[in-house]
Design a protein around this ligand. Structure first.
Ligand SMILES: C[S@@+](CC[C@H](N)C(=O)[O-])C[C@H]1O[C@@H](n2cnc3c(N)ncnc32)[C@H](O)[C@@H]1O
Length: 268
């Protein structure tokens, strides 16, 4: 089955196929390790009733909807995303209709929001798609009030491991894949970026995600269609690689895991 190239997460509207990106976000959010990571980020935000929370790169709004239950009564959560299609999908899904949740189109690197107006801000799997993550972080810090928290989770896709019968081919394909990211090293660079933006009490928590075969296929196959054109591997090598992994799945020997980091900081 054909999947979109997920390296286009920074230009979903231009692909003309937002449905595939939405299906990917739904598949990811069914993953147990992703769910555990999300729950941990909510804890680290230290959300209380009545607060104003910003969710940047909100996608289809699943986290914003969960957070809206934690800030009630009296609070408000704003979800911002660059994609018009995803914001319209987020708005169309069930959520409180009392004004406590709002979805808006906007760019993380230039937030159209007043400074010092949020108690906490959350961003997940979005900075890897932003070429200038420092600009997005300084914008999130700007809109926090003094004492507010920023919590970010990003995967380090250079720390993505797959067991395969084809070790050298695996290295070639994975290096090509993560090399296509706008900002592949942002996860390991988060503490430095937080510090440069003036945040204090920076804490780092590792969080590994185990992928099943379907999630690996959804994540990589669209991008690896370009591997042949880029001279990295032939189309046959790519399909042999996936077939080998599908055999491992059928044998219950499949293993794929990725390290990522949850980083928290406080605005002084
Ligand atoms: C991989 S998705 C993650 C979505 C959501 N955080 C989640 O966990 O389901 C990345 C999201 O970032 C958005 N995005 C990419 N670049 C952005 C930018 N510069 N400003 C705001 N959103 C952006 C995309 O439209 C997409 O919804």
């Amino acid at each position: 089955m054909h999947h979109e190239d997920l390296m286009n997460f920074d230009r979903i509207d231009e692909t003309g196929n937002p449905a595939d990106f939405i299906a990917f976000l739904e598949a990811v959010s069914r993953n147990d390790d992703i769910m555990a990571m999300k729950r941990r980020t909510y804890e680290l935000l230290a959300i209380k009733a009545g607060q104003r929370i910003l969710e940047v790169g909100c996608g289809i709004g699943e986290d914003a909807r969960r957070i809206s239950k934690m800030i009630s009564p009296g609070g408000c959560v704003i979800g911002i995303d660059k994609s018009v299609a995803l914001v319209s999908e987020a708005r169309s899904r069930n959520g409180p209709k009392d004004g406590s949740i709002e979805f808006v189109v906007g760019d993380a690197t230039a937030l159209d929001l007043e400074s010092g107006t949020f108690d906490a801000c959350r961003i997940e799997r979005t900075l890897i798609h932003i070429p200038e993550p420092a600009d997005a972080i300084s914008e999130m810090v700007r809109v926090l009030h003094s004492g507010g928290r920023l919590v970010a989770y990003e995967p380090d896709l250079e720390a993505f491991l797959v067991d395969s019968s084809y070790r050298e081919l695996t290295r070639r394909l994975l290096a090509f894949w993560y090399g296509q990211l706008r900002c592949g090293w942002v996860a390991r660079h988060l503490p430095a970026l937080f510090k440069e933006s003036g945040l204090v009490e920076i804490k780092v928590e590792p969080h590994a995600i185990i992928y099943d075969f379907d999630l690996l296929y959804r994540s990589l196959s669209g991008t690896l269609e370009r591997a042949a054109e880029a001279g990295v591997a032939t189309a046959t090598e790519v399909s042999d690689w996936f077939e080998d992994l599908a055999r491992a799945r059928d044998n219950d020997t499949f293993l794929c895991a990725n390290m990522g980091y949850i980083v928290t900081g406080r605005k002084p």
